[in-house]
Structures are given as structure tokens and as C-alpha cells.
Ligand binder design. Structure first.
Ligand code: FUB
Length: 318
């Protein structure tokens, strides 16, 4: 495939998390909708209520919509805003991790389970204990499962330090280390954190943590982790500078060293992605707002091929 391709022209879907289960690619996106809520820095215009699952035999081939697999109507603790999700498989069971606000307008991470990658998913009664913020992604390594998460501004990460809620939100000064995405091992039953979430530190070329003022490189939201040729890649969005970037490391906990841009800014405020290998080729799933005429809360998912240089660095897509 030479050009990035839209996957589902029939509806607005964003934040695509892709995985290969039994040879097929499954995509778990957010389901954007027009709710009439005005756009603001808090992200109130992203007012989603359910998830669909999509699958395909080949990247860029025909796509199947498996319909609604989870909705706020059946999540016992639901307030509003069903944002980014991800799915992992363990022992033949599927676990969906999702971002959702409770009835006090505080984001947590929830878990829902299914017997098939195409759902339907049944939510647990409560969020993951001690969870906060948004954008979970799950990475499996030798039978251990790690969850990464976090997002600034509307994603509420600035309301926490050391996994505890602050009395009021606080951003580091420009010269101080940036707020980090978090990572924790999941419990054996996949339903809770098995440990206190740790900082996923991203270092610059001098071995110093990226600073909060380094907005073209520091973490904002949209975590993804993958492994390629023995190296671990942590990729993410820089939010207000609209880049998808990546950092490389030697183990899932990091530290990671910033290595570059995966995708330049797209149409729309947000950028978000996942990276997956299928049949020996690597694919970047992402979104933009071009089909909706630039309405940033109505996004469309896309796929493009991802290529690596011999030294493991990623060639910026298009
Ligand atoms: O889809 C809502 C939010 O927008 C996601 O959680 C962020 O990553 C951004 O894509």
C-alpha cells in the first residue's frame, strides 16, 4: 500500500488500537459522534457513548463492522466520555481496557471481558482500583501484561503526582521534567494493577528527561508500546504540537530515549495511533479529521505501512 487508506467511510471512528488475533487484524476504535457540545481545551466535544469492533484479513482490505460491543448504558459506574480503549487476549479470553469518566467527571480505566475478539464485552462493576487519566494500551511480553496510560489537559494526568490526586491540578514549569505516561503490570486475572504505576521516562539525546517546555517532543497522550527486532518502542502524541513521536528502550519500564517523529500533524487537533505486525509487514493505524471537513471531534481511521531503517529507527510516514 503506497498511500494511507481510510478504513471505514460509513461513520466516524478514532484512536484505533489494532491487534492480530488468529491471523486477523482487529481494530478497537473510539466511536466519535456529533453531540453539539462546543469545542474546548477540556475535550468536552469528544462525547462518545459506545464502541464498535472492526476486523480485516489484510491491512487495507475489506473491513467488517462487528457492531456495538460495549456502551455506557451497560457500564455500572459510567458518567460520560468513552475515550480510547485497547484489548488483550489471555488464555482464550479477551480483556478490553477503556477510558471513561465516572459520575463525578473523573477519568478512570475500566475493564470489560469477552469470549471473542469481536465482543460483545461485559464491563466489571468498578474501575481498576487506583486507576486515573486516559488512553490505556496493553503490551504483552513473555506471558506478562503491562498497561500504559495517561493524558494531559482533558485527560487529567496533571491532577496527579505519585499516583495520588492533588488538591488542584499542577503542571511542571517549562524547565522541569515533563509529566510522564504511566506503566504497571496487570494482575494475573487481568482485572487490576499488580503494582503501583511507574513513570515511563523519556530521555533526550544527553540522557536527561524531556522537559515540560519541550512540547515538540514530550509525552501528551495516546500511548502505544511495541517490540521490533529486540527493541522496545514507546510511541505517543505530543498533543498541542500534534505529532506522533517515538522513543526506544531496552525493556518495557524504560527509560526510553526519544528518537523521532512517526507521523507529522494531520487534519484535526488530535493524533492517535497503534502499530502492529501482520504477515511480516508493519502497519500504522491512526486517524484524521479530513473527511469531516476538519471537525476535530469527528475523526476517521486510516492505515499506512510503517518502515524501519536498518538501525531500528522509524521512517516518518508521509
Ligand atoms: O478520543 C478522545 C481522545 O482524543 C483520546 O483519548 C485522545 O488520545 C485523543 O485522541
Amino acid at each position: 500500500m503506497e498511500k494511507a487508506k481510510y478504513l471505514w467511510p460509513g461513520d466516524y471512528m478514532a484512536d484505533p488500537s489494532a491487534h492480530v488475533f488468529d491471523g486477523k487484524i482487529y481494530i478497537y476504535p473510539s466511536h466519535d459522534r456529533e453531540s453539539g457540545i462546543p469545542e474546548n481545551d477540556n475535550g468536552d466535544h469528544f462525547n462518545m457513548r459506545d464502541y464498535h469492533v472492526f476486523s480485516m484479513d489484510e491491512a487495507g482490505g475489506p473491513v467488517t463492522d462487528h457492531g456495538v460491543v460495549l456502551s455506557t448504558d451497560t457500564i455500572p459506574w459510567a458518567g460520560r466520555q468513552l475515550w480510547d480503549s485497547d484489548v488483550a487476549r489471555k488464555n482464550g479470553k479477551y480483556y478490553m481496557y477503556f477510558s471513561l469518566k465516572d459520575r463525578n467527571d473523573v477519568f478512570h480505566l475500566g475493564v470489560a471481558t469477552a469470549d471473542s475478539p469481536a465482543g460483545p464485552f461485559t464491563a466489571q462493576g468498578d474501575p481498576i482500583r487506583g486507576s486515573y487519566s486516559i488512553d490505556p494500551c496493553v503490551f504483552e511480553e513473555g506471558g506478562g501484561y503491562y498497561i500504559c496510560f495517561g493524558g494531559l489537559w482533558g485527560g487529567q494526568l496533571q491532577r496527579y503526582r505519585d499516583n495520588k490526586a492533588l488538591a488542584a491540578e499542577a503542571f511542571p514549569a517549562d524547565g522541569e521534567p515533563a509529566l510522564c505516561a504511566k506503566i504497571a503490570r496487570l494482575s494475573d486475572d487481568m482485572l487490576q494493577f499488580a503494582e503501583e504505576p511507574r513513570d515511563l521516562v523519556i530521555l533526550d539525546e544527553h540522557g536527561k528527561p524531556l522537559t515540560a517546555g519541550d512540547t515538540g517532543r514530550r509525552f501528551f497522550e495516546a500511548s502505544w508500546m511495541h517490540k521490533h527486532n529486540g527493541k522496545y518502542y514507546f510511541s505517543y502524541s505530543t498533543g498541542d504540537t500534534h505529532l506522533l513521536c517515538y522513543a526506544m528502550g531496552d525493556n518495557p519500564y524504560g527509560p526510553f530515549t526519544y528518537r523521532g517523529v512517526i507521523l507529522n500533524p494531520v487534519v484535526g487537533w488530535t493524533t492517535h495511533h497503534s502499530i502492529v505486525e501482520h504477515k511480516g509487514r508493519w502497519w500504522l493505524f491512526h486517524h484524521d479529521s479530513a473527511p469531516s471537513g476538519g471537525r476535530t471531534w469527528l475523526r476517521s481511521m486510516k492505515v499506512a505501512e510503517l518502515t524501519y531503517n536498518p538501525d531500528g529507527t522509524i521512517i516518518t510516514v508521509g
